[in-house]
Ligand binder design. Structure first.
Ligand code: CS2
Length: 477
């Protein structure tokens, strides 16, 4: 089958939408770290929409680890298909990804892009762990990549190392910093990233740290669009629909939202023209999204896997699980939140549950179960702590935590891998668990996940132990 690329675009089936501009005419204005599925489903689609009116925002993707995206997209001139799978099915060719570099193969090319005057934006989807933060959200100076990058700033490994060295070179060249926009599900992402970059810079060059502090714009963001990983079924479906072969199409739901904190960027993109919300109240959006979408997602992932389900729509189709997440959202979390202007939180919850039920996509629970040690503090423990402070009943929060503990135990017993930066520690701990309620205290001792104040709280322990015992019973049933 003919491959999707610029020369073959005229063979594209009329069922697919092609870029409304000539992708080869875009300038690189954005360097994006982590050009995985979420970036290509979300930010790249916004830059694609911008490109019809403004040619400045073509993307250079930078992969820190694997060559997969570069190797798939290079023969396609950066083009790929975005399959929007919802009540209506649409196939859209995205043209904004102009090149992909693999950082360790091409370090100087990455720095060349980072120091181009025309590159005004650096964005990132490097996952929660990619920011190398300690449990207190400050830069983890004990992180192996940070240790490496401080010793070898010209040949970094971490996102923080690249950004700081890029800023250092811009300063030396008399250029303004780029605007740095993190797009991961991390609370206060811009504030924490900026603090991490300053802390890193300060170790080597106090002047650079002060310059970054004074000049770097690093707005907080909230990003949202459900993006299941690509599989062969999607590749086949896309090839049939568009009439061309695409090595790495992306799928997502129709809903998409990008909220960016107001910041100074003279001559920056016309964000509002493509549906991005600029606001001074990102925290309200971000708290609502992390706790009402991501929290229930992780709950469905661990509790759903325990019950033998594979996908989010299957898990939320189970009346017991649906009731659990609905109660968690509406009874336990909503009272903790302030609604962003114009948002009705109960309606937001119902819309999320509807998105979870989307029958057109198969979002694997195993994908959401990745990196639990990083996600649970943000998605569940944050609400749990606040609920405790307010004297609310916290028993339901025990379920996702207990189910995660069972997940760790099951993986260890089966000898299966866990995708998590703490995988080695978790599997060793899981193998020691005894399949009784004493397991809960053993896991709560993991200080990098559970802060002392929570782990020592009798209500928290009792809530998780109750849920854990119930899971043990259902396992035996
Ligand atoms: C999910 C998110 O994989 C996960 O942990 O909860 O990727 C979720 O689908 C997105 O944040 C939705 O915007």
């Amino acid at each position: 089958m003919t491959r999707l690329n610029l020369a073959n675009l005229d063979q594209l089936s009329p069922a697919a939408t092609r870029p409304a501009y000539d992708p080869s005419t875009l300038d690189i204005g954005v360097v994006h770290f982590g050009p995985g599925a979420f970036h290509r489903a979300h930010q790249a689609a916004y830059f694609d929409a911008l490109a019809s009116a403004d040619k400045r925002w073509g993307i250079c993707g930078v992969s820190l680890h694997s060559a997969g995206v570069r190797d798939a997209l290079a023969p396609q001139d950066g083009l790929y298909t975005l399959a929007i799978l919802d009540a209506e099915i649409r196939y859209q060719i995205i043209g904004s990804m102009r090149e992909v570099l693999v950082a360790h193969d091409d370090i100087e090319a990455v720095f060349e892009r980072l120091t181009r005057p025309s590159v005004e934006l650096v964005t990132s989807t490097v996952t929660e762990k990619g920011y190398c933060l300690a449990p207190d959200w400050t830069l983890d100076f004990g992180h192996a990549d940070i240790v490496h990058d401080l010793a070898n700033p010209q040949t970094p490994k971490s996102f923080i190392g690249y950004v700081t060295e890029g800023l250092s070179r811009r300063k030396a060249a008399g250029l303004k910093p780029f605007v740095l926009i993190p797009c991961d599900n991390l609370p206060k992402n811009g504030q924490r990233l900026k603090a991490a970059v300053i802390a890193f810079a300060a170790r080597g060059d106090a002047g650079l740290a002060a310059w970054i502090e004074a000049n770097l714009q690093c707005p907080c963001t909230m990003v949202d669009s459900i993006t299941p990983a690509t599989d062969d079924a999607l590749r086949t479906r896309v090839a049939e629909a568009i009439g061309l072969e695409d090595a790495w199409p992306i799928q997502r739901e129709a809903f998409t939202q990008w909220v960016i904190e107001e910041h100074v960027h003279d001559g920056g993109p016309d964000w509002a023209s493509v549906g991005v919300t600029l606001t001074d109240n990102v925290p309200a959006y971000e708290r609502a999204k992390l706790r009402l979408l991501n929290g229930p997602h992780s709950t469905l992932a661990y509790a759903g896997l325990h019950k033998g389900y594979e996908s989010v729509s299957q898990a939320v189709g189970d009346p017991e699980l649906e009731q659990l997440v609905r109660d968690l959202m509406l009874k336990d979390v909503v009272p903790l939140l302030e609604a962003p202007k114009g948002m009705d939180l109960p309606a937001y919850c119902e819309a999320i549950l509807k998105r979870f039920r989307n029958p057109a996509i198969k979002h694997l629970l195993s994908q959401i179960a990745w990196d639990g040690s990083q996600k649970l503090p943000i998605r569940i423990l944050s609400s749990l702590s606040e609920a405790l402070e307010r004297g609310q009943d916290i028993s339901r929060f025990g379920v996702p935590l207990a189910a995660w503990m069972r997940f760790v135990r099951t993986k260890a017993v089966k000898g299966e891998a866990i995708t998590d930066p703490l995988a080695t520690e978790l599997l060793a701990l899981g193998a020691e668990l005894k399949d009784d309620v004493s397991d809960v205290k053993a896991v709560l001792a993991l200080r990098s996940v559970f802060p002392e104040a929570l782990a020592a709280n009798p209500k928290v322990v009792a809530g998780i132990e109750k849920a854990y015992s119930e899971l043990l019973v259902s396992r035996l049933a």
